[in-house]
Design a protein around this ligand. Sequence first.
Ligand SMILES: Cc1ncc(COP(=O)(O)O)c(C=O)c1O
Length: 375
Amino acid sequence: MVPMFKPLIEQEEIDASRESLEMGWLGMGSYVARFEQQVHALIGAPDRHVAALSTGTAGLHVALLLAGVGPGDEVIVSAFNCSADFQAIGWVGADIVFCDCEDDSLTIDLKKADALVSPRTKAIIVMDYGAMLCDHDAVADFAARHGLRVIHDAAHSFGSHYKGRPVGSFSDICVFSHDPVKTVTCLDGGTIVVRTEEELRRVHELRLLGMQQPASVMYRNQRAWTFDVERVGFRYHMLNMHAAIGLAQLGKLDSIRDSRRGAALAYSAALRGLSSLRIPAGDFEGMNPFIYPVRVPAEQRDALREFMKAEGVDTGIHWQPGHWFALWKDCRAGDLSVTDRVGHEVLSLPLHSKMAPSTVHKVADKLHTFFARGG
Ligand SMILES: Cc1ncc(COP(=O)(O)O)c(C=O)c1O
């Protein structure tokens, strides 16, 4: 079976895990400090601050709190997004406002978002999707025009570049995910990138039960026993072993990115001739693609998934739109016609780091076979 996702766990990750366990400090410690430093160096933004967290979802929650979003506020978000974003909005007691996505990039349609802004709107969440980025200059213009905070959900775009600039280096608040299937995994983990030292201090407080002990103490594998707690906090910090695995992954980021981009390009070359299939546009320059999403005629998608499975190829659906779920069906929304169509058409093909070219060709051949026999 060709799996949808295949973690890149090699000797480096196994050695790093063992070393971190043998060190005897399992919680947040020196590996976390090093992981944050390396992520910071990687995004190359001296005017930004990085904090490691337990998950990307925790990062979204913390980002909304930093943005001052709370009960009575509205957050505009594409209905074509991961449930994590919708849940995080609920956790801070705010209301979701669903916006449509663009037909090409499948990222939020800012032209439609304009009409959704109300006096209650506090923030917009924008998400890079699969192998495609939002128009982040337009996002910054939009936010400035309406006086909104921006939460950039970059769970899919760690290691990618927007107009030559590393993702994470230019947004208001940026959140990465390092969960089990992401391009750079920590087993589970997230990072948040913020603009000010004050925001960084808030993140440190929020991620560790509101404790006001300096992170620098824990980064030496120690803890302060006396400190104050003034505000609510969560248990959202990253663990040493997770950071150790993340560091091993960061060491091979270039090969992860090159191999994933190579596989995405190989898919595009092999599938371009299939008129029933819509492939992602572009050549993925500077990108570290997380998934390779295609669009198939809605009425053929289930049959195609069944056929691929029978032929030994797993596929995925990213995603069912937010307003299709019972919990969010009554949220305020604009025209969601593109999202409704895309939700029935979208299909993710297997994409792995260091994926063998023969695997890409196997998947592409199966797709050709399916459509050649009429679906
Ligand atoms: C777009 C997006 N945002 C957020 C998340 C949540 O990240 P995590 O799984 O690290 O909590 C995911 C996870 O798949 C995602 O795809």
